[in-house]
Write a protein that binds this ligand. Sequence first.
Ligand SMILES: *Cc1c(COP(=O)(O)O)cnc(C)c1O
Length: 355
Amino acid sequence: MIDIRIEKTTTPKEKPAAAGLGFGQTFSDHMFLMDYNNEKGWYNARIVPFGYLSIHPACTALHYGSEIFEGLKAYRKPDGSVQMFRPIENLRRMNRSAERLCLPQVPEEDFMQILDTFVGLEQDWTPSEAGTSLYLRPFMYGNDETLGVHAVHNATLAIIASPSGSYYKEGINPVKIMIEAEDVRAVRGGTGYAKCGGNYAASNRAGQRAEEKGYSQVLWLDGVERKYIEEVGAMNVMFKIDGTIVTPALTGSILPGITRMSCIEVLKSKGFTVEERLLSIEELEAALKAGKLEEAWGCGTAAVVSPIGELAYKDDIFVINEGKIGEVTQMLYDTLTGIQFGNGEDTFGWTHPVK
Ligand SMILES: *Cc1c(COP(=O)(O)O)cnc(C)c1O
């Protein structure tokens, strides 16, 4: 057990109306902070009023990108209580990201205690309208006050919370995706499997170009041959080809999504064959031409699943399932949101009550 000092705000904010909630725009009353020094270890765990951080202008994260983050949600159940979805998996992944970027890890039990304490205090900020949730953003940054380049000696762990609106206000509509043939997001041996800000910075240019052409996100190809499918924007990707579910194997350049892992477990429990393997763009094209590319969807915490209705690759346009959401995509959405919002039975034991 670690000691967490709690300083409550004396000026609690008004909770925003559910209708105006977007993503990541309003924040709850408090934030969690904890500092690290390589001699002292973790110290000064505290929950304080939400506010600005004070950092040294030479702060490592600003110059050399020592920054990692997580994203998970707290959901309001029909009985009014609040729960999280597989939070331990986010904490484990954050520790794996930390290891890759030479940032300090947090012992799992302490990390869970921190999250439980923070979300317990902020749970009133979880909205209750359909599809809404309290988005939780743990992050960590290197905080050395020197321009020397080395693994960090000082770091800060923070958690902030943001009530967010429903991802699908206008219903689940399949999206158009552009396959990116030039820029790559990550390479094997790089930081692709770590959830770090640098990966996002590297992705922005392609994302912006896709948007300008009327596509909502890009589908990334592997960094070496630009041949194998990796993931979609900030989501993992799955295809139903001739009855089998195919998703790119976690080769090191792909972020191991918790929604991806959960989809695989749900699919297997329903008797589907799921193949995690290399999937080339040629194979996808051949499946489409043979009429065997039955469904495609992205999966991630924000959208749960996002059906793909159209893929553009160079001058070709692949239309999938006539641009409509497929049966398996819909089943995954219903099963996962049923568990997350507490409308369906949690047969997998994935939910974690907030006390
Ligand atoms: C966070 C993220 C995902 C999805 O992971 P989930 O744990 O399912 O939310 C996929 N790809 C990238 C690049 C990500 O950052």
